[in-house]
Design a protein around this ligand. Structure first.
Ligand SMILES: NC(=O)c1ccc[n+]([C@@H]2O[C@H](COP(=O)([O-])OP(=O)(O)OC[C@H]3O[C@@H](n4cnc5c(N)ncnc54)[C@H](O)[C@@H]3O)[C@@H](O)[C@H]2O)c1
Length: 247
């Protein structure tokens, strides 16, 4: 029996990295998965991979900064699979710049994708989850959303995700809609490739008590727990998956 049998999940930023890992893991665990992104070719490949290996998945184009795209994505999940139980707000962009190096335009772009994109996703999903009798929203923040960092706009956007998560949890708990945030440390994906190369893997390992640079699957396992009914008493929480960096 799968841990997500009978569930329908929508995952933003599902074409690669952590979102793709979550899409594959959720499908293996019995969920019907809608993966959505702006990278259409990559997303269709993940869709095909899941469907060819016994899972059920559908790719669709979603720019998380567009309220109309979110409405269409939620409608597609409900029309195709009958309901929506799970939303993973995973799409995100990184900007590694300090306060004075960050332009107003760059600030706006990061907030648009990383925080407004999550707000729009939550807002679009709630009516469908209410209709389904409850649901689970997992918002991907970062350890940069828990403490100060040199990535100014990114850290601020991820801090917003943390508190938006808690506001959603207190407002919608009575309707059986849970909302939790996940705070990954350094995960080896396209997003961190350049950073890992410039800082050096040895340096990162030395800063990480567990001496591991994690992969996307390590985070997907935590997201799976929060998405599933195993976490039915968990809402408004912060799951830190960082090898002990913030400890
Ligand atoms: N990699 C890390 O070390 C790390 C650490 C902490 C948090 N995170 C967060 O995890 C999430 C996933 O990151 P990743 O490491 O898999 O990076 P990634 O770059 O591999 O994947 C990000 C995905 O988001 C998509 N995306 C970007 N802008 C979008 C938009 N406007 N609309 C829809 N999709 C969009 C991209 O196309 C891509 O598929 C992000 O929110 C990121 O901030 C990553």
């Amino acid at each position: 029996m799968g841990r997500l049998d009978g569930k329908v999940a929508l995952i933003s930023g599902g074409s690669k990295g952590q979102g793709a890992a979550e899409a594959k893991l959720f499908a293996q665990e019995g969920a019907k998965v809608v993966l959505a992104d702006i990278l259409d070719d990559e997303g269709k490949k993940i869709e095909a991979e899941i469907n060819e290996t016994g899972g059920e998945a559908m790719y669709l184009h979603l720019d998380v900064t567009s309220e109309a795209d979110w409405a269409a994505a939620v409608r597609a999940a409900v029309d195709s699979y009958g309901k929506l139980d799970i939303l993973v707000n995973n799409a995100g962009i990184l900007l590694r710049k300090g306060v004075e190096e960050t332009s107003a335009e760059e600030w706006d772009r990061v907030q648009d994708v990383n925080s407004k994109g999550v707000f729009l996703g939550v807002k679009a999903a709630i009516p469908a989850m209410r209709e389904a009798g409850g649901g689970s929203i997992v918002n991907i923040s970062s350890i940069a959303g828990l403490r100060g960092s040199t990535s100014t706009a990114y850290g601020a956007s991820k801090g917003l995700v943390r508190l938006l998560t808690k506001s959603t949890a207190v407002q919608y708990g009575p309707e059986g809609i849970r909302c939790n945030s996940v705070h990954p440390g350094i995960i080896e994906t396209d997003m961190t490739e350049e950073m890992l190369d410039s800082v050096g893997r040895e340096q990162w390992l030395a800063r990480t008590p567990l001496r591991i640079i994690a992969n996307a699957h390590d985070v997907a396992l935590g997201v799976l727990y929060l998405a599933s009914d195993e976490s039915r008493y968990v809402t408004g929480s912060e799951l830190v998956i960082d090898g002990g960096i913030t400890a």
